[in-house]
Design a protein. Structure first.
Length: 271
């Protein structure tokens, strides 16, 4: 009796044969990671409210095309529901600014801040929120979400709390990027022709990620601001700004501010 041939294993044994299963699994992973992120911002970082916005195209108004933005899909510590499932176009409010600029940003008093729009004051006031920090979940130039850490008090954000939120955001981003890559590998069709050569690679993102403070200082330096101007804007000393810039230069492997600005743009750290 002839022994039946062993079945041929799939090319990617870790990826489901049905691409719809992979897509749905990636969505479940994303929801679990982002929901946990909102809770841990409150539990581990001392925030009163944690929020996470998920990038989505938003309906346009007045006949305009759909706009880039996000919807606040995950939350922890809220008392009202005005921030639940709230659409936030890119550039509006603190989170929309983080989404558009792809950089962390924070204010000690949201309601009195002059550097953001105030489209969401009613929702923020309903939660009795003041200090707010937003950090984009950025990987390879793609924003997978924006996490908010908010306090019911007017206080400046110190380096310890900013670093703690940044660390949680980085861990969540790695998980989301992995799930997205896994799902993508299941839905891609085999090539039917010789593929075109890939575009020139962008400068690699530094192996050691920039801290939110280094990122914020870098963002202003890339616009041509001087150290005294950056120090005045962020409430830091000139020596502290210099230290953050030197750390960013070291991580990006550059020697001066011109190379720093170029490397930051090439790696997607600033727009």
């Amino acid at each position: 009796m002839t022994r039946a041939a062993d079945p041929v294993p799939p090319a990617h044994p870790d990826v489901p044969d049905d691409p719809n299963v992979a897509v749905r699994a990636a969505e479940l992973v994303r929801d679990a990671v982002l929901g946990d992120l909102a809770r841990r911002v409150v539990a581990d970082c001392g925030a009163d409210v944690g929020l996470v916005g998920v990038p989505e195209e938003l309906p346009g108004s007045g006949g305009r095309k759909r706009a880039e933005g996000m919807v606040l899909r995950h939350w922890a510590g809220t008392r009202a529901d005005l921030l639940h499932d709230l659409p936030v176009p890119a550039g509006l409010g603190l989170g929309g600014r983080a989404l558009a600029e792809r950089a962390p940003t924070w204010v000690p008093d949201y309601r009195a801040a002059t550097t953001i729009s105030h489209h969401y004051d009613a929702a923020v006031t309903a939660e009795d929120l003041y200090a707010m920090l937003t950090v984009p979940l950025l990987h390879g130039g793609t924003v997978h979400g924006v996490v908010y850490a908010s306090l019911r008090a007017v206080v400046p954000f110190g380096d310890v709390r900013i670093a703690a939120v940044g660390k949680l955001a980085a861990a969540a981003t790695r998980a989301l990027a992995g799930a997205a890559a896994w799902s993508s590998s299941a839905t891609q069709s085999p090539p039917t022709a010789t593929p075109l050569p890939p575009p020139p690679p962008r400068k690699a993102v530094p192996a050691t990620p920039l801290t939110p403070r280094e990122h914020e200082v870098l963002r202003w330096a890339a616009t041509g601001r001087t150290n005294p101007e950056i120090a005045a804007r962020l409430g830091l000393t000139c020596n502290t700004v210099t230290g953050y810039l030197k750390a960013a230069m070291h991580k990006l492997g550059v020697r001066n501010r011109t190379e720093l600005a170029l490397a930051a743009r090439e790696s997607g750290l600033v727009s």
